[in-house]
Design a protein around this ligand. Structure first.
Ligand code: SF4
Length: 352
């Protein structure tokens, strides 16, 4: 093993983060824990993931237990983590592991990548951490470290080719799983994007960017394209007994199968006042609340205006959906967007 690999692993043994999915001392790494944490960590921070991870392994301690759960229960436990496709794929993947792999995770990145919800990064992360395959998963943190170590100045995403080549050359044969986790920890603690703490870094003697003082400017990123915007109206419909209308979204598409507050179509232009009733679930007097909710999805930003209306018990029977009392809303798997809408809306309808 080369000196700098050893230096990083020594640093990791002393300063590595204590995370609940990591094996401690002589414990064996649990592939189920590694897989579950890696899926949860996609687009989500470690701090947010920890309580979800602990609650999942308490409820479903093994992949078999997870495969036997209902999708609704999983979605409910996932509530608040966002990107719900991950939860659906988690369920599909657990079933596939149990049915097609005799409940054992495949141990190579080339097999893991065939499973639902496991892409190039996650397959390498699981293979390295759980099975010590000599691969290095490249997320934003690790790309940044490699760009600095090798002083790669080609702007991303083009620069990724050089970064991948560097990763291939840089990954050691011994302890590649610990090495990958050490790189993750280094990126999260010392080699941060704004102010790298080079004097404490185990790589300071070999880091090309540090040698010439260009580390803070690497990696170079191409200018971001402007994010598209979409607009919609949300309809808070209150029945005379206080229940409000929720619906289930279509199975396919964004937030598929999740519960929602009825909305107009999400469109690239704002709905005109006259069109608000035409897009509503029922023709009644709709009142503007002047409340506007903003929410960002991966590929676009959404702005939603909230309208509210009241309906009799009799008329409500004509509508499809679920009439839910405010205190019961927590029992439903509502995506963050709709939670953002409901919170101010409940205060609003209390006053009507
Ligand atoms: S020396 Fe500085 S820039 Fe280079 S890897 Fe370490 S923290 Fe990052």
């Amino acid at each position: 093993m080369r000196k700098h690999h050893k230096a990083l692993l020594n640093w990791y043994d002393l300063k590595g983060r204590d995370l609940p999915w990591r094996a401690k001392g002589n414990q064996k790494t649990n592939p189920y824990h590694v897989w579950l944490s890696e899926i949860m960590l996609q687009q989500t921070t470690v701090v947010t993931v920890i309580p979800y991870f602990l609650s999942f392994i308490k409820k479903w301690p093994t992949v078999q237990a997870l495969a036997q759960a209902s999708l609704d229960d999983i979605l409910h436990a996932w509530q608040g983590l966002g990107y719900y496709t991950r939860a659906r794929n988690l369920y599909l993947c657990a079933k596939e592991i149990v049915n097609d792999y005799n409940s054992q995770f495949p141990c190579s990145s080339s097999e893991l990548i065939k499973l639902p919800g496991i892409g190039p990064y996650t397959s390498k992360a699981i293979a390295a951490i759980a099975f010590n395959e000599q691969v290095l998963p490249i997320d934003g943190n690790i790309a940044r470290i490699l760009a600095r170590l090798y002083a790669i100045s080609t702007p991303l995403p083009e620069g990724m080719i050089s970064i991948q080549n560097a990763a291939f050359e840089f990954t050691p044969e011994l302890r590649p799983g610990d090495f990958a986790q050490a790189m993750m920890d280094l990126g999260a603690s010392l080699c941060t994007s704004r102010s790298p703490v080079c004097l404490e870094c185990p790589f300071r003697l070999i880091c090309k960017a540090y040698a010439v003082g260009t580390q803070a400017g690497l990696p170079v990123k191409s200018k971001k394209p402007i994010r598209p915007k979409k607009y919609a109206v949300a309809y808070i419909l209150k029945r005379e007994d206080g229940a409000i209308l929720l619906r289930k979204r279509p199975e396919n598409g964004l937030l598929g199968g999740m519960m929602e507050i009825p909305t107009s179509k999400w469109s690239t232009t704002k709905l005109k006042m006259n069109d608000v009733p035409k897009n509503a679930p029922i023709a009644i007097d709709w009142e503007s609340s002047s409340i506007e909710i903003k929410h960002s999805f991966t590929h676009f930003d959404l702005e939603i205006m909230i309208y509210s209306g009241n309906i009799s018990m009799e008329k409500s029977q004509a509508l499809e959906g679920f009439w839910v009392f405010p205190h019961q809303i927590g029992n439903y798997a509502l995506p963050t967007l709709f939670k953002k809408i409901i919170e101010p809306s409940l205060k609003l309808i209390e006053t009507h």
